[in-house]
Write a protein of this length. Structure first.
Length: 332
């Protein structure tokens, strides 16, 4: 092999000493930097869906998570209007920039979910929406302009569970079972400040048992590599044990212990959104933004989208075979 690639007239690359004197340096060690530069230039995108009955604090939590007002133009419906309303799908997009890294965040909301008198199959419009995004991507991928595909696939669905019930309600089970093959579901125990710490623990345990009992496949955090440091392993373990994340949301900043914090002010005290002793908000945000965003996108692409694509190709093949058989029969 010609080790002097790209260094005409010289048999010793200039960077050689960077890798030690006894080993010649080709330069592919810069690959991570090249990938990093390219990705930063392109920017990142992430689509997050929130689902669960209205009033559970979905929009408050999304605003608290991304420190933006994503619901400025939201119109709240009266009880009468909600009875008549069917599940609607709405999208809010926002560009966020942090230290030069751009993130295009799309929030998909499902107003009306669980609000009607009869909620049978109210998961259907949500499932259809997710499938439509897969279908669009499948079409674009098979089309001529594959380079500039707009990817609207849903990477994660935060499913809000009421803190007032005894574990999951039939609607929760129905929704998660219908959607778990299509999207990464992350269960959320809403409004955790309405429960005492032992109640939160009991409720979490019950929800985990029911998820297992009903064969619901929520998003699985990938296993930690054995060579990771102990701190990271402990953090990873704590994250896995927190499911469902018990969260508190707030759009107001209050003064607690001499600091201005995002929290909820009650006559008996303050609950702080970002205090790990009060709720799992920080764990959820760390998982979603800092540690697992790319994995959520990978699982969407490699598992959920691949399942959809395989089903599509299978049914297309079946159609072609059927058509060919029909033609053969009419010819004979
Ligand atoms: P959505 O309909 O699910 O989007 O719910 P909203 O975010 O509009 O919240 C409904 C109501 O619950 C509002 O009055 C919020 O101030 C309140 N709320 C939101 N998050 C919390 C929370 O974590 N705890 C409590 N106690 N109330 C909350």
């Amino acid at each position: 092999m010609d080790r002097s690639m790209g260094c005409e007239g010289s048999s010793v690359p200039e960077d050689r000493t960077e890798a030690g004197d006894d080993k010649e340096y080709v330069g592919f060690a810069t690959l991570p930097n090249q990938v990093h530069r390219k990705s930063v230039k392109k920017g990142f995108d992430f689509t997050l869906m929130v689902a669960g009955e209205s009033g559970l604090g979905k929009s408050t939590l999304v605003n608290s998570l991304f420190l933006t007002d994503l619901y400025r133009d939201r119109k709240l419906l009266s009880a009468e209007e909600r009875i008549m309303q069917t599940v609607e799908i709405t999208k809010h997009a926002v560009d966020i920039e942090e230290k030069g890294v751009k993130l295009r965040l799309t929030i998909v909301d499902t107003p009306g979910f669980g609000d009607a008198v009869n909620n049978t199959e109210c998961w259907k419009p949500v499932a259809e929406y997710i499938d439509q995004q897969f279908e669009q991507y499948f079409r674009d991928e098979s089309g001529l302009n594959r380079k500039n595909i707009q990817d609207n696939r849903v990477h994660c669905c935060l499913y809000f569970i009421s803190p007032f019930g005894h574990g999951l309600r039939p609607l929760d089970v129905e929704f998660m079972r219908a959607l778990h093959q299509r999207v990464n579901i992350v269960p959320i125990l809403a409004k955790a400040d309405t429960l005492t710490p032992p109640e939160v623990e009991r409720k979490k345990r019950k929800i985990r048992e029911e998820i297992e009992h009903f064969g619901i496949k929520v998003y699985q955090f990938p296993d930690c590599d054995s060579d990771e440091d102990e701190d990271f392993k402990l953090q990873d373990q704590a994250l896995k044990e927190s499911i469902p994340f018990a969260v508190i949301g707030s759009n107001t900043v209050v003064e607690a212990r001499g600091r201005r914090v995002r929290g909820r002010l009650y006559p008996w005290g303050i609950v702080e959104v970002e205090n790990p002793g009060h709720c799992d908000f920080v764990k959820l945000r760390t998982m979603l933004v800092r540690t697992h965003m790319q994995d959520l996108k990978d699982v969407t692409r490699e598992t959920h989208y691949e399942n959809y694509r395989a089903q599509c190709i299978q049914s297309m093949t079946r159609l072609v075979v059927k058509e060919r058989n029909r033609k053969d029969r009419s010819r004979n």
